[in-house]
Design a protein around this ligand. Structure first.
Ligand code: 5GP
Ligand code: ZN
Length: 121
């Protein structure tokens, strides 16, 4: 199976990694809606919400709490929207949770390297 996000997990596709553990991988979205837009994915390939098991889903939510704190501390976000697409609105068929920051006074989109440096240094 040729899956883009499995490629990100195994390193064959480069990404800006923000967090990783045994179960999940978190990286910056290549086409962000706002500064700090990131995706949390299970390392194991699950297609969508029907496919994924509750333990893994729970862990993804746990890590979203951690990433929310990071975004608050490093990027001073004013809000955060979590989105998980399925079916015809899901472009990449490997389960992923979007974390989309909201800013009261949005700045222009910064370079992804710059966001990566702020979140990881
Ligand atoms: P969805 O499947 O929920 O519609 O969204 C897929 C998301 O993956 C999009 O926001 C898109 O920008 C992101 N994406 C697609 N290809 C890549 C990639 O190669 N690297 C990264 N970091 N993100 C990607
Ligand atoms: Zn996959």
């Amino acid at each position: 199976m040729n899956c883009l996000f499995c490629g990100i997990v195994n390193g064959s596709v480069p990404s800006y990694k923000i967090y990783e553990d045994d179960t999940v991988f978190c990286f910056l979205d290549i086409n962000p809606d706002s500064n700090g837009h990131m995706l949390i994915i299970p390392k194991k390939h699950y297609k969508d919400l029907n496919d994924i098991d509750l333990n893994t889903l729970n862990h993804i939510i746990e890590i979203s709490k951690k990433m929310k704190k990071l975004l608050e501390e490093k990027l001073y976000i004013d809000g955060l929207t979590l989105i998980q697409n399925n079916g015809d609105v899901q472009e990449v068929k490997h389960f992923h949770l979007h974390l989309k920051p909201f800013y009261n006074n949005p700045k222009d989109l910064m370079k992804i390297e710059e966001i990566y440096n702020i979140l990881t240094k």
